[in-house]
Ligand binder design. Structure first.
Ligand code: SF4
Length: 280
């Protein structure tokens, strides 16, 4: 049996940056608040808790000290309120996410109504909506939802940095038929695009793909869906033990991949675990 890994695994630039900012601050302060999960990976969150990061869901729970804005970004008014409360704010918003916020604001200021392709409940989308002014935006996840868009005319389009390129293309293809003017910005992060392309390549040459990462991670879920859509047997796992019930007999080629919030060490552990099954 052969095990294949894509050329790029482990944390992306935005996640590494957020973790570096937290680590530096912990050295100075010993304790730091995070509004929501800093990144979507359960093992990393547990590790951060042990090191002194306190996760809260609302700014009212932070009485003093330092608060970090996660890589998914936040509503800018929240950052302003945190500063007004006298908190030290460390902004770990990924520059790619900040760019989507900026484009949404630009479109809004130039009289476009904005379609955001992505998941309305995701923190990144909430931040982008806030940048544009919520009343001017409409979020779609599925091409079927296009008919629910309550506006025509000048339409600007941005997309969640972790969205599937195929889904985005489908939505845009149908959307351009609606507006008088349709201005489209492909804001899918380039790391995500590479991971999606590599996952497609991997799925074509193996019988089983193991996608490793947090079930709450949007980009990891997209990789699992993408692999499944290629017709290959796909397991979406968070930890090594999740593989124990899988029947490996007769499988000759396995691929392992992971999202941008999945630690490289975890992928290596999964590969090693797989080695044990093969020997057994
Ligand atoms: S996946 Fe892309 S947009 Fe998201 S944090 Fe990483 S580099 Fe930034």
């Amino acid at each position: 049996m052969q095990v294949f890994l894509p050329p790029e695994i482990g944390f992306c630039f935005g996640v590494k940056r957020a973790l570096r900012l937290v680590t530096n601050e912990l050295k100075k302060e010993g304790k730091i608040y995070s509004l929501g999960d800093l990144i979507h990976n359960p093992q990393v969150i547990e590790d951060l808790k042990r090191k002194g990061v306190v996760f809260v869901s609302d700014l009212s729970q932070v009485k003093g000290g330092t608060v970090i804005i996660r890589s998914h970004g936040a509503d800018l008014s929240l950052i302003r309120r945190a500063k007004e409360k006298g908190l030290k704010v460390i902004d770990a918003t990924c520059p790619y996410v900040a760019k989507v916020q900026k484009i949404a604001k630009f479109l809004s200021q130039n009289s476009y109504r904005i379609v955001i392709v992505g998941l309305s409940t995701h923190p990144e989308i909430k931040g982008v909506m806030a940048s544009a002014g919520e009343r001017k935006t409409f979020v779609v996840k599925d091409p079927q939802e296009i008919k629910k868009i309550p506006f025509t005319g000048k339409i600007g389009v941005v997309v969640q940095t972790t969205e599937s390129l195929d889904n985005f293309s489908d939505i845009v293809k149908n959307l351009v038929k609606r507006g008088k003017e349709c201005r489209v910005f492909n804001t899918i992060c380039k790391v995500i695009r590479r991971r999606q392309e590599e996952t497609k390549r991997l799925a074509k040459k193996v019988e089983v793909v193991i996608v490793v990462g947090g079930h709450n991670s949007s980009n990891t879920s997209q990789l699992a869906k993408l692999s499944q859509s290629m017709g290959v047997k796909t397991y979406f796992v968070e930890k090594e033990e999740d593989l124990d019930s899988v029947e490996w007999q007769g499988i000759k080629r396995v691929g392992i991949t992971g999202g941008t919030s999945t630690p490289e060490e975890l992928i290596v552990k999964i590969r090693n675990r797989l080695g044990q099954f093969l020997v057994a």
